[in-house]
Design a binder for this molecule. Structure first.
Ligand SMILES: [Zn+2]
Length: 101
């Protein structure tokens, strides 16, 4: 089942890293790494293989899909177990390394 998440739901009103329960914080960190990876990648890489490991502990690498012309949501999936999700609300967060931030 795909994980559909809005990163802002895991942050304070000012996008700060508020204290949240550990499982949610782990997920927030995972999603933050996705945002960082995709906004730092070579813009020519449509399907970018990150150095992130699957949150289910399998051997899969996480692939992110990102269209600069339609940048939200970020879509990602595990190459191995096909875990996948979509992420919105990432713009302007601490992990957003796209130009202008
Ligand atoms: Zn996996």
């Amino acid at each position: 089942m795909a994980l559909i998440a809005n990163l802002r739901h895991y942050l304070g009103d000012d996008l700060s890293l508020v204290k949240i329960p550990a499982p949610a914080a782990t997920l927030r960190e995972f999603m933050g790494c996705l945002v960082e990876a995709v906004t730092l990648r070579d813009p020519d890489d449509e399907n970018y293989v990150t150095s992130l490991k699957c949150r289910h502990g399998c051997d899969g690498d996480i692939i992110v899909f990102f269209d600069p012309n339609d940048p939200s949501p970020i879509k990602w999936s595990c190459f191995f177990c096909k875990d996948e999700g979509q992420l919105t609300g990432w713009e302007g967060t601490v992990w957003d390394k796209s130009s202008g931030q």
